[in-house]
Design a protein around this ligand. Sequence first.
Ligand code: HEC
Ligand code: HEC
Length: 256
Amino acid sequence: MRWGVAAGGAIGVALVPLVVLSAPTVVTAQTAEMEQGKRLYESQCGSCHGPLGNGGRGANLAQPRLRRASDDQALFNIIRRGIPGTEMPGSPLTPRQVSSIAAYVKTLGRVEPEDIPGDGRRGEAVFAALDCARCHTLGGRGGIVGPGLDDIGARRSAAHLREALLDPEASVPSGFLQLRVVTKDGRALTGFRVNEDAFSIQFRDLSGRLHSFWKYELDVLEQQWQRSPMGSYAARLTSEQTDDLVAYLVSLKGAQ
Ligand code: HEC
Ligand code: HEC
């Protein structure tokens, strides 16, 4: 729904050349493009990437170098087509609108980097002590109940990561669907969906075992959107440990 709402608005007004020359009028044109880019950014992107680009559900865009959008063309393509297999959607905007957003996104990179309190090295020890790897893979080791964390710091903002620890059900990644099933012979299982079609469903239980059922074998198939088996760590972490753990997660940027 978010898409296409603002797209129709005040656009058509500023048909702005991208390559600008140094004539005085161009300055206004450039400003108009930037304003359009800012408006579009706020309506189409801000909800995920944050009003200032610091990220949220989406990656932090307020940095000088973007991991996947390393040059102008890549940035344009990402905004146009999205990143398949992730929550980053493609958009129905015109190429010109996409260019204006791209120009605006580039200005976000000039802001000061986010100041993250906490000590990543101490956070690594907290991660080990709480056995987060029981459910999450990192560096090729660990469980598969939760999402892999190798590049979580590149995909999510500090604010989102903090929320994932303290209030996991407020920030469940789309695509993660918890299920409760009860089979006709009375077995009850909780897990998350791996695959589903009209007749069958495959899911992983919380120990990581894969199950496959025909739907007619099930008495109950309950979809628990926004539910998470990862309990809140609010009561188990001091605020200092939370800061340290967030700093550690932010440092996990994957292969650069
Ligand atoms: C529904 C949430 C959502 C919306 C809306 C959204 N994004 Fe994203 N975006 C993401 C996520 C999540 C990622 C990280 C994908 C990954 O790498 O796993 C991302 C990644 C990106 C990247 C790559 C960042 C990098 O580090 O290379 C750019 C650039 C980007 N988005 C720009 C935009 C722009 C501009 C808009 C608006 C036109 C937008 N996004 C709208 C969720 C969103
Ligand atoms: C019982 C299994 C389990 C344990 C233990 C666990 N997690 Fe999770 N975690 C999950 C699942 C499942 C999800 C996906 C659903 C959600 O967001 O809550 C998740 C989500 C996350 C996310 C958000 C990922 C994203 O893409 O937004 C982060 C970050 C995270 N966990 C970190 C941790 C850390 C750090 C610990 C240890 C303090 C931990 N988890 C312990 C199962 C677990």
